[in-house]
Ligand binder design. Sequence first.
Ligand code: SF4
Ligand code: SF4
Length: 316
Amino acid sequence: MKTKIIDSHFTAFWGVFLNLDCNLNCHYCIQKISHPAKPPAHYQIRTGKEWVRALNAIEGRTKRRFLRRPRVKKLSVLGGEPTIYPDFIYVLDNLDQNWKITVTSNFDSPFFDKDLSLLKETKNKKRLRFNGSLHFVQTPIEKFIENVQKLKKTGVKVHTLFVVLHPAYPDRVLEYKKQLLKIHPRVKLQRFLGFYKGDLYPKGSEECLAKEQKDGIANYTLYQEAFGQKKASAIFCHSDKVLIAPNGDIYNCHYKVYTNHKDKLGSLFEDEVRVHIPREYFLCEDFGFCNPCDSEGHLFRTLDGKVESIAEAKNV
Ligand code: SF4
Ligand code: SF4
């Protein structure tokens, strides 16, 4: 296959969405908050073989280091729930050695009911890890724990477990964290990003139990304006992420992935695709509908040239 070029910073976040579907239905799901008037995008998914051929054809996934092994590109496998993607194991098994793979899962899909022994044999075991989020409004803690342990038995690394810090249940969150620490050393609270009872969280005023997970939000006025899903306006945006939608469309913004937006930068499945991810500010007309997944440390520049940062506290 001919090589593909996606020109971005080597350390920029790369995420691939094999599918957007999920077996759960959390009321706060970040996919559902984009454009409340429209349902989330539905994409035609691609086969595991197509993904593997295309992802392994991307150039520039290693970086030489003095007297050390070359660094390889990190790839986050996201969703939806990626473990329900039909060729999930095939993809994990066949991505080449120039990818370091992190899967983010809810640990509550039918995948975990299967025999996971195939994972024991995967060639990529050393370059593969899972993170898990406990969505306890949907998943009983006992089931989550059972599935974490089942995965651990295959020898695949579980890196971090998160408990979603639902604003209605701070006590339960702390209790679940305690329980998870009994089976895993690295457990974090995941700040609640999204809507609850009509309010966009985090609001800045609530008691924050999740300082341990820095979410890069300090300017809550700007956060509400940019991510509040109320009114669209034009702005210059700064984002160097590489996000690949289930049909291969390449974006640098979660909102645009979740809505199958016209502003795609190219398609991974085009032969000899050449995509340049902007490293400078670029014009976007959808400021106001930004997705909280993109909130961390985000930078904007207004049309009259003023730089605004989500990460810096500001009183307006
Ligand atoms: S597990 Fe994640 S993707 Fe699935 S519904 Fe819940 S928040 Fe959405
Ligand atoms: S301004 Fe918001 S919607 Fe537009 S590209 Fe940036 S993060 Fe995405």
